[in-house]
Design a protein around this ligand. Structure first.
Ligand code: TNX
Length: 522
């Protein structure tokens, strides 16, 4: 019986391979009536032309990459590792001496369409081979995520046969900054958990990982010139657990792990508010010279650095210098939110001085939208989370806006009133609410040209394990990734929800603890 089923499926597969359908414009490689070629790519590519046949991924398949580049070889190996893990095949990676032949997956920078830019790629799939072309190695890395998502498992897969539907995909992102933030301060998450999150980001072509490294409850990155920040300030967390911190070596390891996936780390030191852990570690940072106790609750807005003391700026200079030296990316996030116990004049004076310090170390400032109250440098970025007037102030000063409206992208918000973790001060955010909006028309007067990108922040007051992170992140992260990558004209919840439902197989394969939203047809 099993054998008969196999033969029938084999015949069906052979028919797909030989059937020659007319190429058609589509946003999917799906070919009507042929279950085997149904694909669900997230984020949805810009252009897809399906040709209705299939490339067979099997024990004879080999990956080839341009010769002479360790960087591209690494991307080839990454693809091989992922495909081998999910298929059980042993696909090898080779440097191509000439154009590789039948049965190959070829990753190359030659002949790329220059208009696809920094992260774009072209994928040409025929029955004979798969060819991935990009202007930059980053584009190849984005493109291999598409290959991972279209290598289809079916009954034949038990026999070592996986189908990749044929056609051409030409793809590039809508926004250059597509980000997730993880708060490692309210609860600390170790290096392995962080790397796991970065792996998830890579799968959805997200290119930025914002680490909220300090807050009232904990200081999480070693600063050699101010060691008590972590020894004392990193020693607890919300609820009074033991907290933790990254040594500089561990932070560098995270930076490298992300860079290997073309993901930029944006480190955040939140100031002048959200600084109780620092104030508790060094009495001289307080206006009254007295160090407060460590804090393990979840109230916001009560702490402030002493903005009129010179030592405050020496402290910030040291912190920014040490972190910038470990951070290759162009951004440094200065926080700046909810400084409710800093006078407005002091706040403005403070943010202006801190922008100069960040510039001195060669980085671009990102800050929560309140920083627009100060005099922004034209290359500063205001992260719009709450106050639309602040977003307008930022663009009036020539700065860009990073869209992270709490009502849409705060993935620490509960899905509905029954969600067991998360907050709900901004909204309940079901999966469709999270997906169904356009950054370029969300705030009247803030248009696409003003926007650098989009971020989903995950605050950690109520979460303490990787399973918790996963539950709030999935399935909302794929939607945020699609908003950042795919033009709004190609996005539609009623179509997206079926692709998302299909991604349950990836969530399950990766062991992700996801929320089975009733609004998604799983
Ligand atoms: C507001 S968003 C905060 C954080 C909290 C978060 C909880 C922002 C810039 N500040 O301090 O963790 O709400 O959702």
């Amino acid at each position: 019986m099993e054998n008969l089923k196999f033969i029938v499926l084999a015949i069906a597969a052979a028919m797909i391979v030989t059937a020659s359908c007319k190429p058609r414009e589509s946003t999917d490689l799906a070919t009507t009536g042929m279950i085997l070629t149904k694909t669900s790519i997230i984020p949805k590519p810009v252009s897809v032309t399906a040709t209705g046949e299939a490339f067979s991924l099997n024990s004879k398949t080999a990956i080839f990459v341009d010769a002479g580049s360790d960087e591209i070889l690494r991307t080839g190996q990454y693809l091989a590792d992922k495909l081998n893990a999910t298929t059980g095949l042993a696909i090898s990676v080779n440097e191509a001496q000439a154009e590789p032949g039948k049965g190959s997956i070829f990753l190359t920078l030659s002949g790329a369409d220059q208009s696809l830019g920094e992260e774009g790629y072209t994928l040409d799939i025929t029955r004979q081979k798969v060819k991935l072309t990009a202007v930059n190695p980053a584009g190849l890395f984005r493109g291999i995520q598409t290959i991972r998502q279209i290598a289809l498992k079916d009954t034949l897969s038990a026999k070592g046969l996986f189908m990749i539907p044929t056609g051409t995909i030409s793809d590039k992102p809508e926004y250059s900054y597509r980000s997730m933030m993880l708060d490692v301060s309210r609860h600390f998450f170790g290096v392995e958990d962080v790397k796991q999150v970065i792996e998830y980001l890579a799968f959805y072509k997200i290119n930025t990982f914002h680490m909220h490294l300090s807050d009232d409850q904990g200081w999480r990155i070693e600063i050699k010139s101010w060691p008590n920040l972590t020894i004392h300030g990193g020693s607890t967390q919300v609820g009074g657990g033991k907290g933790g911190f990254y040594t500089q070596e561990q932070y560098s390891d995270i930076v490298k792990f992300a860079a290997d996936r073309y993901i930029t780390i944006v480190p955040e030191i939140d100031m002048p508010g959200h600084t109780n852990a620092a104030l508790s570690s060094y009495p001289e940072l307080n206006c009254d010279g007295k160090a407060p106790d460590l804090y393990t609750g979840t109230t916001v807005g009560f702490s402030s650095l002493c903005t009129r003391k010179e030592i405050t700026y020496q402290f910030i200079d040291d912190v920014v210098r040490e972190i910038c030296a470990l951070t290759p990316g162009p951004f440094f996030h200065i926080g700046g939110d909810e400084s409710n116990s800093t006078k407005v004049d002091d706040y403005i004076y403070f943010v202006n001085r801190v922008q100069d310090i960040v510039a001195k170390y060669g980085k671009r400032v990102v800050g929560w939208d309140e920083i627009a109250l100060s005099t922004l440098k034209p290359n500063s970025v205001a992260q719009c989370w709450a106050n639309e007037e602040n977003a307008k102030k930022a663009i009036a000063q020539g700065a860009k806006v990073l869209m992270a409206p709490a009502k849409k992208t705060y993935i620490d918000m509960k899905y509905d009133s029954t969600t067991h973790i998360g907050l709900h001060w901004a909204a309940f955010i079901e999966v469709d609410d999270n997906y169904n909006w356009d950054p370029a028309s969300y705030i009247p007067g803030v248009t696409k040209d003003n926007i650098i990108g989009i971020e989903a922040p995950l605050w950690a007051e109520t979460i303490s394990t990787l399973e918790d992170i996963e539950y709030l992140t999935f399935p909302r992260l794929p939607g945020v990734a699609e908003i950042g990558w795919t033009p709004v004209s190609l996005r539609n919840w009623d179509e997206y929800k079926f692709r998302l439902a299909d991604h349950a197989r990836f969530f399950e394969e990766m062991g992700i603890n996801y929320y089975k939203s009733p609004r998604v047809p799983w």
